[in-house]
Ligand binder design. Sequence first.
Ligand code: ADP
Length: 337
Amino acid sequence: MFSRTLFKLTALYLGIMMAICIIFSVPIYQLSVNELNHSLRLPEPVFDILRNEEDYDSSVRKQVAQEYQQLYQHAKKRILNRLVLVNFIILVGGGFVSYYLAKRTLLPIEEAHESMKRFTADASHELRTPITAMQTENEVALMDSKLTLAAAKDQLKSNMEELSKLTLLTEGLLRLARLEGGDLPKEKISVNLIAEQAIENIVVVASKKDIKFKKALKTKDSVHGDSASLVEAVVILLDNAIKYSPKSSFVNVQTLHERGSALLKVTDKGPGIGKVDQEKIFERFYRGDASRTKSAAGGYGLGLAIAKNIVTAHGGSITVSSRVGKGSTFTIKLPAA
Ligand code: ADP
């Protein structure tokens, strides 16, 4: 599909380029011919002699006129040939330039299309898994003629679990789609306030694992952005820190200023993340250790992708530094307002 579009776009660019060249070539040719007429005009005394039949033999007159005519035609032809040659060179060179320009124009569209294709494939794969599980379990239950009320209730409970996973997944997908499409509202907000609000939103979840937050909010920086989205990004980091931290541990939340940027760091004493995983965890649907993550934490690998999208939409970046067995630090860097 893209090769045909590339061909069409190249042809369009080349067409435009050639149309401009031809539009310019016509007046250039006319101007050159005018100039030629002007410079090849016979000097007045020669004209006088030629006009006077008695002074000059008509054959000499004819010959001179013919030679001038030939000279004139020859010069005209040369101008035309040169212009055709220049246009031909532009056609060939322009072909390459047009191809290059068309490729550059299509590249971001092609990348977006590829990513959309991957996204749809990943999303449908993730959606299919709980749906298939529910379908199979329900079919088995329905075929059981001795199905008791207790077993039916168990089945319904299991269905509810799968449904809540599906809800979580579709909410994450919707959030990602919205973030990729729209513009976020911008207001001036303090980085410390973002950290405080995120902690407030997740403190109940943390208390269930007896996890406490240690705050070191050391910057007066503000940032331009959508506070709800930025709080959401920090909540994702805190939620992960809680998920992967041992019970009764501390999660550190730090804010600081560094060369024109506001930094927000979340550090946990969890299992840490290996080097290979560190490069991939911000991708959609990527889960570090599938068995551990799925059973213990039950995530879909969308959290960090959402956080990254939020932060990059604010002109910032999100990074991780981690040592296996020691814990992880996630850093959000935003341009200070
Ligand atoms: P999930 O919903 O699976 O947590 P995320 O996108 O939030 O999805 O995280 C992607 C992966 O990154 C997780 O599956 C996990 O392996 C790893 N990860 C994220 N945060 C931490 C952390 N604080 N400690 C260890 N691993 C983490």
